[in-house]
Ligand binder design. Structure first.
Ligand SMILES: NC(=O)c1ccc[n+]([C@@H]2O[C@H](COP(=O)([O-])OP(=O)(O)OC[C@H]3O[C@@H](n4cnc5c(N)ncnc54)[C@H](O)[C@@H]3O)[C@@H](O)[C@H]2O)c1
Length: 374
């Protein structure tokens, strides 16, 4: 495990904002397994149950409960803890909630990014900052376009617009204050951003996300309600994008100038499915369950979203590991173990993580060997 990412994270101080959330908990766990000293900055977990508490992550990292909308609070954390890496995940991440609370969404996702980057500037931080945004950051006019990193930013709904804006803010700070051309002259910060899509995996109980909605209903023996059965999405296991963020950070650490830009961490074509297909596969893995379709007329979400991941594949050596069946199997087995077995979920989540990292590492090695043999 430790050889992964060239031991870049061993004994390094890593700040994760959003560490009490779904992705942040997986990222924090993996970082601690890699030997990093993790400092987390977030609100309290806002679902019950939640992965952060299930894994007892507060025992494995320094957990600071604070609000990213408070610029002094995040600046104090940077001054006190002096991290080497920052992964910024703290956000209001739900499209439906963004329609109900647009102000909160913009304030958290845009001003939260501004506050973090101001803190980076003012605290004389030196190191790597990766802003985690979304595949929804791109201007999406429909169709089946596969988004490349240099496509224009946009966003129809408040959540998507907030993530597009967070990207624009990131680019503005990089151009104006943290320009790679001035690295080592006026600053020592590498600022990149990472865009991923629909993520699945154990330990998510967010409202209005497909897998949490399915699992909640199945456990409570209720009928599952879905709104857009024919919506087509790429589905990705959480370890896929989390490993991408870490690989990007490790590459930047070795080369702080070349990688300071936006990166897509999407999935392969074999993960693209409709909501209804995912639901049916989940029911099969669970062993029972019923559903009904109640169409939602007032909520517009992008019908199709796909990321071009050739840049991360070519320049970072990253690649998706699981097809959709494997991702779903890992996900549903996580929840079944949590609900019905007396499983130690820290050990279980750790073993899923180690298994994933082992496969990724062997794929990366065989790719390098393949290149040498050409
Ligand atoms: N889960 C997905 O499918 C997905 C897809 C694309 C992008 N993302 C992005 O990944 C990141 C993490 O998403 P997630 O799925 O883990 O969401 P989550 O809701 O599980 O976690 C969000 C985290 O942000 C923190 N947070 C929210 N508001 C805050 C505030 N005002 N101050 C401090 N912390 C605050 C929460 O406490 C929590 O730790 C987000 O930026 C999200 O937009 C997620």
């Amino acid at each position: 495990m430790n050889h992964f990412f060239n031991q870049t994270y061993k004994n390094k101080k890593v700040l994760v904002t959003g560490h009490t959330g779904f992705k942040g908990s997986w990222l924090s766990l993996l970082l601690t397994l890699l030997g990093a000293e993790v400092v987390g900055f977030s609100l309290e977990p806002d679902t019950e149950p939640n992965l952060f508490n299930i894994l007892s992550l507060e025992k494995h990292l320094i957990s600071i409960i604070g609000d990213i909308r408070n610029k002094d609070a995040i600046e104090k954390v940077l001054i006190l803890h002096k991290p080497d890496f920052i992964f910024h995940l703290a956000a209001q991440p739900l499209v439906r909630r963004s329609y109900i609370e647009p102000h909160l969404t913009f304030e958290t996702n845009i001003m939260g990014t501004v506050n973090l980057l101001e803190a980076v500037r003012k605290s004389n931080f030196e190191g790597v900052v990766i802003n985690v945004t979304s595949d929804k950051c791109y201007e999406n006019s429909g169709g089946t376009h596969c988004f490349k990193e240099n496509d224009p930013m946009g966003g129809y709904d408040p959540y998507s617009a907030s993530k597009g804006a967070s990207e624009i803010v990131t680019a503005a700070y990089r151009n104006s204050f943290l320009n790679p051309k001035n690295y080592g002259i006026s600053h020592k910060v590498t600022l990149a951003s990472a865009r991923a899509g629909n993520v699945i995996g154990g330990g998510d109980w967010s409202e209005d996300r497909l897998i949490p909605d399915i699992v909640r209903a199945l456990y409570n023996k209720e009928e599952i309600i879905i709104r857009s059965p024919h919506a087509v999405r790429p589905w990705q296991h959480v370890l896929e994008c989390v490993s991408g963020y870490l690989l990007l950070g490790a590459n930047i650490y070795g080369n702080p100038i070349e990688f300071a830009e936006g990166w897509n961490f999407g999935s392969n074509e074999n993960t693209i499915m409709t909501v209804e297909e995912i639901l049916l596969k989940s029911l099969e893995l669970w062993g029972s369950g019923k559903y009904k379709v109640i169409p939602e007329k007032n909520l517009k979400e992008a019908a199709f979203l796909r990321l071009d991941i050739s840049k991360a594949k070519e320049k970072l050596g990253w690649q998706p590991v699981y097809d959709i069946n494997q991702s779903l199997e890992k996900t549903i087995s996580w929840y079944k173990n949590y609900y019905y077995q007396q499983t130690d979920m820290f050990e279980f989540t750790k073993s899923q993580t180690e298994e994933y990292v082992g496969i990724l590492l062997s794929l990366m090695i065989s790719k390098i060997e393949g290149l040498h043999n050409v």
